[in-house]
Design a protein around this ligand. Structure first.
Ligand SMILES: Nc1ncnc2c1ncn2[C@@H]1O[C@H](COP(=O)(O)OP(=O)(O)OP(=O)(O)O)[C@@H](O)[C@H]1O
Ligand SMILES: [Mg+2]
Length: 502
């Protein structure tokens, strides 16, 4: 057995009262993919951010090739060949790919040679991306490729991927896995943080599981021999089947109807064309498609973040043109946006304040409603934390300190209490662990007893588990609307997502 490239010993990290990592021992070996698993908030990203020099540990040691190392910055870690692709990419959006890469790797290659090195690296690993494009024009998959090229240009020996597939389309996932396979074959040391058991079973050579800051399981096992069930039990300490009971709910009146709605995405993304659909009280209507097929623009028109170009929208019996709907929409519908960091919450504010964000009217008091009832806000925040099993110390903690899963639960709890007639959830379980996913699925099903639910996701499993009807979007058009209770029809969803009509 080869010697470990990295050995962590008793690594400890605290954020105030929270022990993000507690005396963690971990060995990483060359030519192997090490899956790091655990519930939301377990401490996975923190541990790997310490290894990658973004945080410094409060205790413990790190050895690389048998020598003790410590990094006070990501650049220092990269000098040693350790790099991380973060959950949120670290690129400057207004700059081109080539400029971004020159910033980090320019020193090693010189400004003029850089395009050639980008080209060679991209070629060698099949990481195609146009160096002249600005980052904001790139899909999430392309941005990730830029991050990977960055590490490879700097000769990284240890590559850490933090939930790399949560923003990718299925073909992009396959391409990433091929890159990871190639890196493993070249003897690189790979860490893969993920919540998706299929990925672990497909890729991992070694598995470690964290719970509440501690490493509770670490073994060299042939993951490919394990079952989903075994893995799930190891991860959450109980059986999780990721299946929810769907109660029969009587379908009621139409809440939202779109008639010939067309428009563009707010950021110049793909457009949507002639969309006609209706969503009824008591049903979960899903829009599924591979990312980049117009769903982002369509949802932004429905939620009033942007204005459709043409078509009419009927909500609860009243009909609006695109402009009128944009003004009216926000107070009428509850919305859990895809980007929970930028549009869903304000990181610097407390959880209680974030919880009140879209419902401020409920807290107005004092003369002319100029004062906010902070006591009530704090009490509601605390109750939401309890009801939704959100793991934090206090509702006064900042939202920015929450793990991805817990932040999503805060946003979901907030929107659920608005008691809107339409609830729109966009990629609601992206990045969430399996128990949080189960909780959110249950919440959405419960929501359908009181409201109409629009679910927008790229996750086929999620759609099949929850939906009553499914609209498949391709190239900006709803190709077909399928009854999710008709199993013969449901089998066609995957093909329709690829634009194939049979
Ligand atoms: N910058 C920070 N400030 C304060 N607390 C933090 C910070 N970063 C993480 N924490 C806390 O440390 C703990 C571990 O968080 P971490 O992000 O490492 O979890 P994770 O396992 O990556 O979770 P997820 O699966 O949701 O990404 C959590 O309780 C989190 O709230
Ligand atoms: Mg994380």
């Amino acid at each position: 057995m080869a010697d470990p490239v990295i050995s962590l010993s008793k690594v400890t990290k605290r954020f105030g009262p929270v022990w993000a990592n507690r005396e963690v021992d971990l060995d990483l070996f060359p030519g192997r993919v090490h899956a790091l698993l655990g519930e939301n908030g377990a401490g996975k990203s923190t541990l790997m951010s310490i290894l990658a020099g973004r945080y410094s540990a409060d205790g413990g040691t790190m050895m690389m090739h048998g020598r003790e190392v410590s990094f006070n910055s990501p650049a220092k870690a990269l000098d040693h060949g350790i790099g991380m692709v973060y959950q949120r990419f670290m690129l400057i959006e207004s700059m081109t790919v080539s400029e971004n890469l020159a910033l980090s790797a320019g020193k090693a290659h010189g400004r003029t040679g850089i395009d050639q090195v980008i080209h060679q690296t991209a070629e060698r690993y099949g990481l195609g991306v146009d160096p002249e494009k600005r980052v904001f024009e790139l899909s999430m998959g392309e941005r990730q490729r830029v991050e990977i090229i960055k590490l490879l240009m700097l000769d990284a020996e240890v590559l850490i991927f933090d939930e790399p597939t949560s923003v990718l389309t299925p073909p992009e996932v396959d391409a990433l896995f091929e890159v990871i396979d190639q890196l493993r074959a070249e003897g690189k040391t790979i860490v893969l943080i993920t919540h998706k058991l299929e990925e672990v079973l497909k890729l991992a050579d070694d598995i470690s599981i964290m719970r509440k800051g501690r490493l509770v399981f670490s073994e060299r096992i042939d993951a490919r021999q394990m079952s989903r069930q075994q893995l799930a039990r190891l991860m959450v300490g109980r059986d999780v089947v990721l299946r929810v009971d769907k109660k029969e709910v009587a379908v009621g009146e139409t809440i939202l109807a779109l008639q010939g709605v067309s428009g563009d995405s707010p950021l110049g993304g793909p457009s949507y064309t002639d969309v006609t659909l209706e969503i009824k009280q008591g049903e979960i209507f899903s829009i599924i498609g591979v990312a980049g097929n117009g769903q982002v623009g369509l949802v932004s028109a429905i939620t009033g973040l942007s204005q459709a170009r043409s078509g009419t929208i009927t909500f609860d019996g009243a009909t609006y043109n695109a402009r009128e709907w944009r003004m009216a929409s926000r107070e009428k519908i509850a919305y859990v946006p895809e980007d929970r960091y930028h549009s869903g919450s304000i990181g610097a504010m407390s959880i209680a304040d974030n919880f009140a964000l879209t419902r401020l009217a409920a807290y107005r008091s004092g003369m002319a409603g100029m004062v906010l009832d902070r006591e009530k806000m704090a009490a509601d925040g605390t109750r939401a934390i309890r009801d939704h099993n959100i793991k934090v110390e206090s509702s006064e903690d900042s939202a920015g300190s929450l793990s991805g899963g817990n932040l999503q639960k805060v946003i979901l709890a907030r929107e659920l209490t608005r008691n809107a007639k339409l609830f729109v959830a966009e990629q609601p379980t992206q990045g969430l662990d399996i128990s949080a996913t189960e909780e959110i699925w249950r919440a959405l099903l419960e929501c359908r007893e009181k409201a109409a639910v629009l679910l927008v996701t790229g996750d086929l499993k999620e759609v099949l588990s929850l939906s009553d009807r499914i609209g498949v979007i391709f190239n900006g058009r709803i190709l077909e609307i399928i009854d999710a209770h008709d199993s013969d029809q449901v089998d066609r969803v995957g093909l329709l997502m690829a634009g194939v009509r049979t």
